[in-house]
Design a protein around this ligand. Structure first.
Ligand code: NAD
Length: 294
């Protein structure tokens, strides 16, 4: 991966080389989006098969663009060459920004953030794509919390325009501005939001999921609920959306929201999400969730 000379803009440092930690649903999508919009990115995971999945996904999305005549084969080759998949921290001392996109578990994230901070240069901005965990809380793992903020993409990354940039208690203006600039360079619409569990979008989405779980406990059929919400004009219903998000991710995120907003989000009742999580029905990522995928 080539890195050009560093240049600062008024808005924030320009990102010449990025990195993403985790090559799952989100990490793979972030790598594709960055690479296809011209910012080289190092994609690190701890599992080779996940790196392969991430690269295959990028390949598929780019091939679709070629098929539709939006890019040619040369551009596709360039975009793919912009992604370097790795199991180690080799190139990390050169990166301008890191997007952490590993599992939604505060302890794992604390460990991974502390680890990556030791691998990057002092000026590098570190961000987290956490869905729900407070950025100020995650920052406690870091020696340079001022260089850290949230960068929350939505799924699927290549389709969803919004990116929440979350300002933690200690995030510097430069960290926020650099993250906003990177999101814009990726063709996204960044909005800066305050820090709290779930930020803005998931403070609305998770109570909606809780409403769905309550209906399920009253005996509703998830297929019917999905049909009703589609009829209401939403692109998909809650059960299908949970399969897309990942049951494991949604289950972890639900726990963070329940802890953050116990009066509104805590329920003593076991839900269909709990049952599927225990049965490792993780949704589309392992072909079975509310629905079964062939
Ligand atoms: P995922 O389960 O698809 O992928 C997680 C990846 O992290 C896996 O490939 C795993 O091998 C890797 N990983 C675990 N530990 C690691 C480590 N120490 N170093 C590097 N890689 C490691 O999960 P996902 O859906 O991509 O979610 C990732 C993050 O993005 C979570 O914080 C989640 O809350 C957030 N997020 C998810 C969605 C969604 O709809 N799925 C949307 C927005 C944000």
């Amino acid at each position: 991966l080539k890195k050009k000379a560093k240049g600062a803009t008024k808005a924030g440092n320009k990102v010449e080389l990025a990195a993403v930690l985790g090559a799952g649903i989100m990490g793979g999508g972030i790598a594709y989006q960055s690479a296809s919009k011209g910012t080289p990115i190092v994609m690190k995971d701890i599992k080779t098969e996940q790196l392969e999945l991430g690269l295959n996904e990028a390949n598929k999305l780019l091939a679709k663009l070629v098929e539709r005549g939006k890019i040619d084969a040369v551009k596709m080759g360039k975009a793919l060459a912009n992604i370097r998949a790795t199991l180690n921290y080799g190139d990390f001392n050169d990166v301008d920004i890191v997007v952490e996109a590993v599992v939604e578990n505060p302890n794992v994230k604390h460990a991974v953030l502390a680890e990556v901070e030791d691998q990057v240069g002092e000026d590098a901005i570190i961000t987290s794509n956490t869905s729900t965990i407070s950025i100020s809380y995650l920052a406690q793992a870091l020696k340079r919390p001022e260089n850290f903020c949230g960068m929350h993409f939505f799924n699927p990354v290549h389709k969803m325009p919004l990116v929440e940039v979350i300002r933690g208690e200690k995030s510097s203006d430069l960290a926020v501005a650099t993250t906003v600039a990177y999101a814009a360079a990726m063709g996204k619409t960044p909005i800066v939001v305050n820090d709290c569990p779930g930020f803005l979008v998931n403070r609305i989405l998770f109570p909606y999921f809780a409403g769905f779980q309550a209906l399920m406990n009253e005996g509703a059929d998830f297929r019917q609920v999905d049909k009703v919400m589609e009829g209401f004009g939403w692109p998909m219903g809650p059960a299908y959306l949970l399969d897309v998000v990942g049951i494991d991710t949604a289950h972890h995120a639900q726990a963070v929201m329940a802890e953050g907003f116990p009066d509104r989000m805590k329920s003593e009742q076991r839900t269909s999400l709990d049952v599927m999580y225990e049965e490792t029905r993780y949704g589309q990522k392992n072909d079975k969730g509310y629905y079964v995928y062939e």
